[in-house]
Design a binder for this molecule. Structure first.
Ligand SMILES: Nc1ccn([C@H]2C[C@H](O)[C@@H](COP(=O)(O)OP(=O)(O)OP(=O)(O)O)O2)c(=O)n1
Ligand SMILES: Nc1nc2c(ncn2[C@@H]2O[C@H](COP(=O)(O)OP(=O)(O)O)[C@@H](O)[C@H]2O)c(=O)[nH]1
Length: 226
């Protein structure tokens, strides 16, 4: 019997969630839902939740759980006919519990990448804020240095990708992610991948998903967001 497939991908900043999500969306036809993109869309559209979210992000804080769930859950409810992969949500146990009340997950992918690797990657990360496209000056550089491939607009480096800011971000990530990881472990759906290279991790994730996804019907395979 075919069914919809629902997954989340977790990992610290720079662990490759965005990069691997794009590969999953492309290879398996799942819809890639980036909570960061939802937040940015709501900020641009000046929705009530977006205006509120901006006040926290400006201070370098995470958006409170009730604002994030108000932003995210209605979007998921619109996707009842889609198989999807959620990236960047849940970040806290309260968000994981809210998601659990809204839908059943099949898989939680957890990326466990060494700190030195994260620092090195984020030092080279450049982004195109309007689209959310992410480059790495070594791993996947743009065609012209400092310029987005599609629009020709300039790329920027995020303040909080600097190595000094990263250590604090990572410590904070570990504290809030641990209960979420334990929550998915207890449910028996946690798959953890540890390596320094996305290209080493990717074949293992691809194999896992090939065993989990084959029954998805073509009408449940939704196009990627990017
Ligand atoms: N569950 C979530 C998801 C997002 N955000 C907020 C904080 C982030 O600063 C912003 C953008 O989300 P991203 O996931 O794109 O942001 P990061 O830059 O933190 O992600 P990463 O470095 O992991 O790619 O939205 C949040 O508070 N809670
Ligand atoms: N050198 C290197 N860079 C990578 C690898 N995988 C991803 N990246 C880059 O590392 C940065 C962080 O990856 P991203 O997917 O944005 O991670 P996220 O923060 O977890 O979403 C980006 O600049 C990616 O292009 C890898 O295996 N090696």
């Amino acid at each position: 019997m075919s069914k919809l497939f629902r997954a989340v991908i977790m990992g610290p900043p720079g662990s490759g969630k965005g990069t691997i999500s794009e590969r999953i969306a492309h290879s398996f036809g799942l819809k890639h839902l980036s909570s960061g993109d939802f937040v940015r869309e709501n900020i641009s559209a000046k929705t009530e939740a977006g205006v509120l979210a901006k006040t926290f992000i400006k201070k370098g804080l995470l958006v409170p759980d009730h604002v994030m769930t108000r932003l995210l859950l209605p979007r998921l409810e619109e996707m009842t006919k889609c198989s999807w992969l959620l990236d960047g949500f849940p970040r806290t146990l309260a968000q994981a519990e809210a998601l659990n009340s809204a839908c059943d997950l099949d898989v939680a992918i957890n990326l466990n990448i060494p700190l030195e690797t994260l620092k090195e990657r984020l030092r080279h990360r450049w982004i195109h804020p309007p689209s959310g496209r992410v480059y790495n000056m070594c791993f996947n550089p743009p065609r012209v240095q400092g310029i987005d491939d599609i629009t020709g607009e300039p790329l920027i480096q995020q303040e909080d990708d600097r190595p000094e800011a990263l250590v604090a971000r990572l410590r904070h990530y570990k504290d809030i992610a641990k209960p979420v990881i334990d929550f998915y472990k207890a449910k028996g759906i946690l798959y953890t991948y540890s390596d320094t290279e996305t290209d080493q991790i990717w074949p293992n994730i691809s194999t896992l998903l090939s065993t989990k996804i084959p029954t998805i019907q073509s009408d449940a395979r939704c196009a990627s967001t990017h």
